[in-house]
Design a protein around this ligand. Structure first.
Ligand code: GLN
Length: 304
């Protein structure tokens, strides 16, 4: 099937309405992004490509990177990981503190900020040069040796990261952070600052469509069981307190970021990435969610 025409058809129908939602402004650097950027890229497991709009323009992937840091930590630690992080949907905003207090500093899941910060701590304890080792991992996955952190974005987050600092301190008080909190937060802000295009992201996530084996290089990234479990976590926790809504309307495992990106996986078929920076109140891309809803509806490709 050639999806390019369908992409234009859906985009045209969405453009008939006035654009809604606002670009994330709590990170100063993110507020500079053109709100009307829009790109989609779909990559099939047999390496066919379909795209529309700004699919080859780099954007800040933000929390989408949390799936990649989780992948590396899960590879290293195995099931021991779940002694320090849960696998339950939080039903709260991505930067919420409340559940940590009564869960003894154990985050509900690895895709909210608290959980991703613990994952950073685990990677720091296990890697020789955490930032460059992580970059090496995603450069291999994406097939792009030039992928990098964006120091301007990381710095911008650091200046306004009051809630994230509160999260890491609270978890440290429960002894669920083992390293120096400044080193952990430096890794976290850099993780969120990574820039990729829709096309690069779709390529990078392909291993989760095919039971952990990269279908282009045939390299085993994760075991089948671990790949299945990361998909399950994306399905239940990938959209914070809107994970139910995404399952209900789109019906694919996926992950969003406050840069306006969304990646979604159709097991054994394709990965698709949408980028549209205007966010809804829950911090997910407004047009991105609607686009994916229409896409899976018209192609009958929800997994349910
Ligand atoms: N870097 C962002 C933060 O820590 C990530 C949030 C997101 O994309 N949901 O607030």
């Amino acid at each position: 099937m050639n999806y390019n025409n369908l992409f234009s058809e859906i985009n045209n129908s969405l453009n008939k309405k006035k654009a809604q939602g606002k670009v994330a402004s709590y990170i100063p650097e993110l507020s500079k992004v053109d709100p009307d950027k829009f790109g989609v890229h779909l990559t099939t497991i047999d390496n066919k490509h379909f795209s529309i709009g700004d699919a080859n323009e780099k954007f800040s992937i933000q929390s989408i990177a949390k799936v990649l840091s989780l992948t590396l930590a899960y590879k290293i630690e195995g099931e021991k990981l779940w002694e320090r992080i849960g696998v339950e949907p939080s039903g709260t905003p991505f930067n919420s503190l409340v559940q940590l207090e009564y869960n003894n500093g154990i985050p509900r899941n690895p895709l909210i900020n608290a959980g991703a910060i613990v994952i950073c701590d685990i990677l720091i304890s296990n890697l020789k040069s955490p930032k460059s080792d992580f970059l090496k991992f995603i450069r291999e996955l994406s097939g792009n040796p030039t992928l990098d952190f964006c120091s301007r974005m990381a710095e911008s987050e650091k200046i306004t990261g009051f809630r994230n600092v509160a999260l890491v301190n609270l978890m440290k008080s429960f002894n669920n952070i083992k390293n120096d909190i400044n080193i952990v937060m430096d890794f976290y802000y850099n993780l969120c600052s990574i820039e990729m295009t829709c096309k690069e992201l779709a390529r990078t996530f392909l291993f989760l469509t095919t039971d952990g084996i990269d279908p282009i290089t045939n390299k085993k990234i994760l075991t089948e069981s671990k790949s299945k479990r990361i998909n399950a976590i994306m399905q239940l926790c990938g959209f914070y307190d809107e994970a139910g809504e995404f399952a209900f309307k789109v019906g694919l495992p996926g992950k969003s970021g406050v840069g306006g990106g969304i990646v979604a996986i159709h097991p054994n078929k394709y990965s698709i990435v949408v980028w549209s920076p205007r966010l809804n109140k829950k911090g997910n891309s407004k047009k991105g969610m609607r686009f994916l809803e229409l896409f899976t509806t018209k192609t009958k490709s929800s997994i349910f």
